[in-house]
Design a protein around this ligand. Structure first.
Ligand SMILES: NC(=O)c1ccc[n+]([C@@H]2O[C@H](COP(=O)([O-])OP(=O)(O)OC[C@H]3O[C@@H](n4cnc5c(N)ncnc54)[C@H](OP(=O)(O)O)[C@@H]3O)[C@@H](O)[C@H]2O)c1
Length: 295
C-alpha cells in the first residue's frame, strides 16, 4: 500500500474504505473490516448520520476489539441533526451544533480524537464563517487533526478553498463522473487534496458492469443512456476498476474511498489497486462532464 500526505500531516492509504454500506450485522461487517486491515487499508470513512450513529458505533466497537487506533485514520462528518425517534433530518452547520456533535461522535467511535472531520454537504447560504471557526477551534483543541468538506457544489467548494485551512474535499469522482476536473487547478493551488468517493460508481466500473447497469442504471446516468454506458464499458479491455483507479491516482487525490458490502467485493477492489501503474486509463472514452448547478 502506498500513502499520500495532506498539508496537516494526515497520511492516507491510497485505498480507503467507505463504511456507509457496511452490513448492519456486526459479524459480517467485522469480516470486511478485518480484510481491510490485512490489506493495509488505513483510512476508514464514516458519518454521524449513517444509521443514526450506529455506523460510528460499529467502527468504535471494531477498533476497540482490534486495538489499532494509532495505526488507522478515522474520518467522520457533521452537519445533519438527526433524531432517534423520527426520520427527520435538519441541516445544521452552526458552530454550536458542530462543537456539540463532535463529542457524541468521539463517544460512539470510542476515541478521544478524530483524524478528519468533514462538513457533510453545505449550501452557499450557510453561515460559513461560523462553521470554519468551529472546525478551527476543534483543531486547536486537539479533538480533530484536520477538517474538510464533502461537497459537489462549486460555489461552496470555492468559498472553503478561499477562506478556510481545510485539508480535503470529498467528491464523487471516477471515469464516468469526471465533473471534479473543472475544479482541479483551484484545488491544487490551495494544496488541498480530494477524497474520491464512489470510485467504482456503485459497481459500474467493475467486471460486473453489465448486471450492475441492468440493476442500478436502467435510466442511464448523467447524459449517458444505459445502452451507451454498456457500449463504452464493453469496449475497455483492461480491468475497469484498475482503469478508474489509475485515473484517480494521477490526480490530486489523497485516497480512493470505495465502499464494499462484502469481503469478496473488497478483495476484488484491493486486487485492482494492486495492479495500478498510476497512468494507464480510459478517460478519453468518456464524456467531459462539468457541474452545472451551484456555480
Ligand atoms: N455525501 C457524502 O459525504 C457521501 C456520499 C456517498 C458516499 N460517501 C462515502 O463514500 C463511500 C463510498 O461511496 P459509495 O458507497 O457510493 O461508492 P462505491 O464504491 O461506488 O459503491 C459501493 C457499492 O458499489 C458496489 N461495489 C463495490 N465494489 C464492487 C465490486 N468489486 N463489484 C461489484 N460491485 C461493487 C457495492 O454495491 P452493492 O452493495 O449494491 O453490491 C457497494 O456497496 C461511502 O461508503 C461513504 O463513506 C460519502
Amino acid at each position: 500500500m502506498n500513502y499520500r500526505t495532506t498539508k496537516s500531516g494526515l497520511k492516507f492509504s491510497e485505498l480507503g474504505l467507505g463504511c456507509m454500506n457496511l452490513p448492519l450485522d456486526y459479524q459480517e461487517s467485522k469480516e470486511i473490516l478485518k480484510e481491510a486491515l490485512s490489506s493495509e487499508i488505513s483510512y476508514f470513512d464514516t458519518a454521524d448520520l449513517y444509521n443514526k450513529g450506529a455506523n460510528e458505533e460499529l467502527l468504535g466497537k471494531f477498533f476497540k476489539e482490534n486495538g489499532h487506533r494509532e495505526d488507522i485514520m478515522i474520518g467522520s462528518k457533521v452537519g445533519n441533526e438527526f433524531f432517534q425517534h423520527s426520520d427527520e433530518v435538519k441541516w445544521n452547520p452552526s458552530r454550536e451544533h458542530i462543537l456539540n456533535s463532535v463529542k457524541d461522535s468521539l463517544h460512539r467511535l470510542g476515541t478521544d480524537y478524530m483524524d478528519l472531520y468533514m462538513l457533510h454537504g453545505g449550501m452557499i447560504e450557510d453561515n460559513k464563517e461560523e462553521t470554519i471557526e468551529a472546525f478551527n477551534i476543534l483543531k486547536q483543541d486537539g479533538l480533530i487533526r484536520a477538517y474538510g468538506i464533502s461537497s459537489i457544489r462549486p460555489n461552496v467548494i470555492r468559498h472553503y478553498l478561499a477562506h478556510s485551512d481545510m485539508d480535503v474535499i470529498m467528491m464523487q469522482f471516477n471515469l464516468i463522473d469526471n465533473r471534479p476536473e473543472m475544479l482541479l487547478d483551484e484545488i491544487s493551488a490551495r494544496d488541498v487534496k480530494i477524497l474520491a468517493r464512489g470510485p467504482v460508481m456503485k459497481g459500474l466500473l467493475t467486471e460486473k458492469y453489465d448486471s450492475v447497469a441492468d440493476r442500478k442504471f436502467e435510466e442511464g446516468v448523467f447524459d449517458y443512456s444505459q445502452d451507451e454506458l454498456k457500449e463504452i464499458l464493453g469496449k475497455i479491455d483492461a480491468p475497469l476498476t484498475v482503469s478508474t483507479m489509475n485515473y484517480l491516482l494521477s490526480q490530486p487525490v489523497a485516497s480512493i474511498v470505495g465502499g464494499a458490502s462484502s469481503v469478496d467485493q473488497l478483495k476484488a477492489n484491493v486486487a485492482a489497486y494492486q495492479q495500478v501503474d498510476y497512468q494507464t486509463h480510459d478517460r478519453a472514452l468518456f464524456h467531459d462532464l462539468s457541474y452545472e448547478e451551484h456555480l
